[in-house]
Design a protein around this ligand. Structure first.
Ligand SMILES: *Cc1c(COP(=O)(O)O)cnc(C)c1O
Length: 388
């Protein structure tokens, strides 16, 4: 069985975790800040706040930007549900901007149109969450320009995209956003088991994110209110926060994995190039790549040209899986999920995202994918398209 994504763990990773297990601190020790520092340095950003997963990072990112009841957050429908749920956790509502037909990322043209309409209706979004699908950056400079005109904040959901580049700069540098979020789930580029990080260049936001990660508690003199000196006030809760901390065990794995991030991304890019070549001439579309960026290739999504294949998308999906190639689908448009349909979203809301949904298929890509596995994948695809 060939999965669509899988971690690559070596002896150094194992040793790093064991070292923490033998040390004094399993959590709240020195390895979490070391991991934060290393990721921030890599991304050329000032602050990194490690958390238990990217969903938690998205949640506290929204809270740090004061998202609450009565606010609206916009994101792409072509994403994992967490990109939308974070707004709902804060009591805000969520809306979706249709995708670009070439990149499958949130379309800047659709965003501009929707903003102009929203402005007339007096219901502008407080935050927009572009998602760097497959590891390829959205057009952040253009989205940032729109944010200046319409006054919204930006959270980049870069769960797929650590190690990628946008205009020759690392994704995560927050040049065109307020906060960027990474995921370290095992199917992503590097892993800490579960884990995530929120990055920002804004000192105020960094402080707020740190508070929210750990119960809203501070033990710093500058944060604490004055209380009678005879009482012991070694900490104070000054916000309503959560326990979204990453453990040092996880951070050790993440820090060790980070040493091979560039190698992982390079391998994924080689696999993608090979797929591009090997899939040429078949009735499908391989992923378009922006020459001004570099994708980390978390996913390699092909689009089936169904009018030329005598099979439905579902038949292709099932036959691939029957042949041991565990293809997947990224993504069902979020608003088509029953929970969101109950909120009033209808089928047909984002036409481009729905067309994509009926044609897309993620084929295996991960650092450890062998040439044999790649060959098996290609053969399985070809065997299904024999009639073509
Ligand atoms: C994986 C993923 C998340 C959630 O990440 P977790 O670390 O599992 O919480 C959020 N957004 C996108 C786009 C993802 O792919």
């Amino acid at each position: 069985m060939i999965p669509y994504g899988k971690q690559d763990i070596n002896q150094d990773d194992i040793d790093a975790v064991i070292q923490v297990l033998r040390s004094d601190f399993l959590t709240q020790g020195p390895v979490v800040p070391a991991f934060e520092e290393a990721v921030s340095t890599y991304c050329k950003v000032k602050y990194g706040i490690a958390v238990s997963n990217a969903t938690a990072a998205l949640h506290i990112a929204c809270l740090a930007l004061d998202v609450g009841q009565g606010d609206i957050v916009w994101t792409s429908p072509n994403t994992f549900v967490a990109s939308a749920n974070c707004a709902l956790y804060c009591g805000a509502s969520v809306d979706f901007v249709d995708i670009d037909s070439k990149t499958y990322n949130l379309s800047v043209d659709r965003l501009a149109e929707k903003l102009s309409i929203a402005k007339k209706g007096g219901i502008l979004p407080k935050v927009v969450i572009p998602v760097h699908l497959c590891g390829q950056s959205c057009d952040m400079e253009a989205i940032h320009e729109l944010s200046k005109v319409y006054g919204f904040k930006i959270i980049e959901d870069a769960s797929h995209a650590i190690g990628g580049k946008y205009k020759n700069q690392p994704i995560g540098n927050c040049k065109f956003s307020d906060i960027t979020v990474f995921s370290f789930h095992p199917v992503k580029i590097i892993t800490s088991g579960e884990g995530g990080m929120a990055l920002t260049n804004d000192e105020y936001l960094a402080k707020k994110l740190r508070l929210l990660r750990s119960h809203g508690i501070s033990n710093s003199k500058v944060d604490m209110e004055e209380r009678p000196t005879e009482e012991i006030w070694n900490y104070q809760q000054i916000e309503l926060g959560y326990n979204y901390r990453m453990t040092d065990i996880q951070a050790a794995l993440g820090l060790s994995q980070l040493q091979r991030l560039d190698e992982f991304v390079a391998k994924r890019n080689v696999i993608a190039k090979n797929y591009d070549e090997l899939l040429k001439g078949l009735p499908l579309v391989t992923p378009w790549q922006d020459p001004n960026g570099m994708s980390s290739f978390h996913l390699y999504v092909i689009r089936l040209n169904l009018s030329q294949i005598n099979k439905t998308q579902k038949e292709v999906y099932e036959e691939m899986r029957n042949q041991g190639v565990l293809v997947n689908l990224h993504y069902i448009p979020v608003y088509r999920q029953p929970y969101f349909e109950k909120m009033g979203f209808d089928k047909g809301y984002c036409k481009e995202a729905e067309k994509y949904f009926t044609e897309a298929m993620s084929i295996p890509i991960f650092a450890k994918l062998t040439n044999i596995q790649m060959g098996q994948t290609i053969n399985a695809i070809k065997s299904l398209m024999i009639n073509f």
